[in-house]
Design a protein around this ligand. Sequence first.
Ligand code: GMT
Length: 383
Amino acid sequence: MKKLKIGFVCYPTFGGSGVVATELGKALAEKGHELHFITYSAPARMGSLKQNLYYHEVHVKEYPLFDYPPYELVLASKMVEVAKTHALDLLHVHYAIPHASAAITARNILAEHGLHLPIVTTLHGTDITLLGKDPAFEPVIAHAINASDAVTAVSESLKADTCELFDVTRHIDVVHNFICPSHFERAADEQFRQAIAPNGEFIITHISNFRPVKRLEDVLKVFHKIQANVPSKLLLVGDGPERSRIEKEAEKLGIREHVVSIGKIKNPIEPLLVSDLFLLPSKTESFGLAALEALAAGVPVIASNAGGIPEVIEHESSGFLAEVGDVDAMAEYGTALLSDAHMLTAFRGAARQRAWDFHVMKVLPKYESIYERLVESAKPVLG
Ligand code: GMT
């Protein structure tokens, strides 16, 4: 296909939507497209600048008048500037609020200058399942979805939630999240493993932003029950509102010495490579990118049967699914898996194999064909 100039807008943080956007942008740049990230700081997963990758900072000046910095407006102005200066073919925005609505404003401004900039909006989950229910955001999210030129959702489940919560008049394409398997083809850091589990204990891992939706108390309860039967350590990766509460809770349960909480890290691959089991008991999860990354590292996943997780984890093959809050079932699955070496090896293999279904090279063409469709239809009609 024709090489395109694409503006990418995302949250530059460690959250799944930012990770997906950054990895997608990097993969597109490797294929020869020109990628312009427009955001308030360099995306966490961007790494060093590479060929075809550019970063444009959105900087909101402080004025005493503003109680709330008007990020969305400054972002829209930056989109207009980058689109004009670099002759962008389209904008791909990740997360509805405020990225999609800012993009609609930018597109309207550019139209006044006779320029057409198609907008692809990718919905990631919390923008719909958490914010979407809030009347403070609902009309704006609905407008941003319906006014986009193309909309994608990261799972069938998220598409269904979006159609249920909003009056959607636009077709939504489902494009699942993805991984680059080559990133996981590395040896585990034995020193790191030794530091976490000095006596050869199993390492059970959870990675998230520690928000209530992740049900950290279930992570702890499941681990507590498994640890009573199988020598193991709990490796917590990430930070957020629930972290201190959970660390205190581990103290109360008398298992603090078995819980290693390392905080936020740039890339979760190192901890995943030393892990034996991954826990994701979330209340809801539009996809569960962290679980897919665990599979790619050959780590079976025990998760809740919620949202888009069953589209990723196959029950009794690459992991186990249980109802939200069913910590007894989750712990039983975990204990059985870690107590049976043959079963664990089979699940590890199945996990790696499952991850290949979400290979970036399978997913990338889906986005490219959406881009192609929009750019083709945006061509001026001659005659
Ligand atoms: O999980 C989070 O709270 C972060 C959130 C985000 O917006 O970055 O993740 C959402 O998007 C990810 C990437 O598409 C999905 O893999 C996560 O499942 C989704 N989180 C939720 O739906 C809770």
